[in-house]
Design a protein around this ligand. Structure first.
Ligand code: F3S
Length: 419
């Protein structure tokens, strides 16, 4: 591939991977048949870039996904590749304040990627809609909340790749063999002893936020879980831990696949430090996640970070059915488009829209910078979104349970408390 026998695009991709692997001191490359990447872009900048360079979207791919100044013809992807979230929901573009022109660019990107053989899952939670790596499978994934889920809950093996390395991996089926691909780098480093029961999804988000702050980029091992957390709880835990810190892998003793017991989680090593998570730590995490919330008036409720599962949509519908959202408040819920189809069939989308809310796909407020006009105070049930939304969009954010958020959507006021 490096010699150019497979064409110029593959040669550039391999050149990038070799340079990347050498910089990382990787001993070799490893085969991957599972790449998750953001390739499409929906900005006028990309349109202009495509228009100014012969080769159109190939020029965009060459520059942004291969870090290559020459425009090379991009062949079909060599291995299974699914697309992560995008910048807009094309079916709710008007509501999101997105111009028709931007939708056209989005569609152009989709057509291009479909032609390359990229699966347009368009979600930050590919594992919810069919891309579920098996234990030990070598992957090349982007998106911190997906990476941590892949490594920790599924036992897949991936580093947090960037757009360029993922772009190169999809054309070659190779990725540098380092970091979380190696057994020895997957062992726990810090022990977290739970001194309370972690109950709902928001609670798992709080624990994740605390853990990320304490261990930063290391590997926490959670001990003392009394009830096995489900997909949504682990999803929120990981998303929070990768936001407040840079956690890409964790273990939950007796739950996650590489931590049936302490010995398996830590190997021959000992924890570098042990932290206890009790009521005081939980309260501190709650106050930190809520540090930007000041005004009780809530004009936007955003749910679905990471993208909601069908179970979470069902839960919302139980809270929302027959109610009406406050006239001054918007409710937007984000989910993968395939899950939205199930919600449509189950009547959940109708329950949400009848109440005055919207079920959206493909993007989210922090990633796509899409919110209702004039929002000043948002309410979320995701510690990750509470972390990013104020920083990216300059709004206040309240964090609480899904029930707190639905209550805020109905009353227009925040009344969440730490139970
Ligand atoms: Fe997904 Fe957006 Fe959250 S891309 S993980 S919903 S910040």
């Amino acid at each position: 591939m490096l010699d150019g026998e497979h064409g110029p695009a593959v040669q550039k991709a391999m050149d990038l991977l070799v340079r990347y692997g050498e910089a990382l001191d990787a001993e070799r490359l490893v085969d991957t048949n599972n790449v998750c990447a953001t390739v499409g872009a929906t900005t006028p900048f990309v349109r202009d870039f495509a228009a100014q360079h012969a080769g159109g979207m190939d020029a965009v791919f060459s520059e942004f996904s291969l870090d290559c100044a020459d425009v090379v013809k991009i062949p079909k992807v060599k291995v299974y590749t699914s697309h992560l979230q995008q910048g807009i929901d094309p079916l709710n573009a008007q509501l999101q304040g997105v111009s028709a022109e931007l939708v056209k660019i989005y569609r152009m990107g989709e057509t291009y990627l479909g032609g390359l053989g990229v699966q347009l899952l368009n979600t930050c939670t590919p594992y919810q809609v069919g891309n579920v790596p098996v234990k030990g499978e070598h992957c090349a994934w982007m998106e911190s909340s997906a990476v941590i889920y892949c490594n920790s809950v599924l036992g897949g093996r991936t580093n947090a790749e960037g757009r360029e390395s993922a772009g190169a991996a999809m054309l070659t089926g190779k990725i540098p063999y380092w970091g979380y691909h190696l057994d020895e780098n997957r062992l726990g480093t810090h022990l977290i002893e739970l001194e309370l029961e972690v109950k709902d999804t928001a609670d798992w988000g709080l624990l994740g936020y605390y853990v990320g702050e304490m261990v930063q980029e290391r590997i926490p091992v959670i001990n003392g879980v009394r009830n096995v957390p489900n997909l949504a709880r682990l999803k929120h835990f990981g998303a929070a831990a990768s936001s407040s810190g840079g956690v890409e892998m964790y273990h939950v003793i007796g739950v996650t696949p590489e931590a049936r017991n302490m010995k398996e989680a830590f190997g021959a090593g000992k924890p570098l430090a042990t932290f206890r998570y009790g009521p005081a730590e939980r309260k501190r995490a709650y106050e930190q996640v809520n540090s930007t919330g000041r005004d009780a008036h809530v004009d936007y409720v955003m749910l679905g970070c990471p993208h909601y599962s069908i179970e979470q949509i069902w839960e919302v519908c139980q809270l929302l059915e027959g109610q009406r959202i406050h006239a001054d408040t918007s409710l937007w819920i984000f989910t993968p488009s395939t899950i939205k189809q199930i919600a449509d069939r189950n009547g959940y989308t109708k329950i949400i829209t009848d109440a005055g809310g919207h079920l959206m796909t493909d993007t989210c407020s922090a990633f796509g910078r899409v919110m209702p006009k004039g929002v000043q105070v948002a309410a979320v049930d995701s510690a990750k979104q509470a972390h990013y939304l104020p920083a990216i969009m300059g709004v206040q954010a309240w964090f609480g349970t899904t029930a707190d958020c639905i209550q805020a959507a109905i009353t227009g006021r925040w009344s969440g408390r730490l139970a």
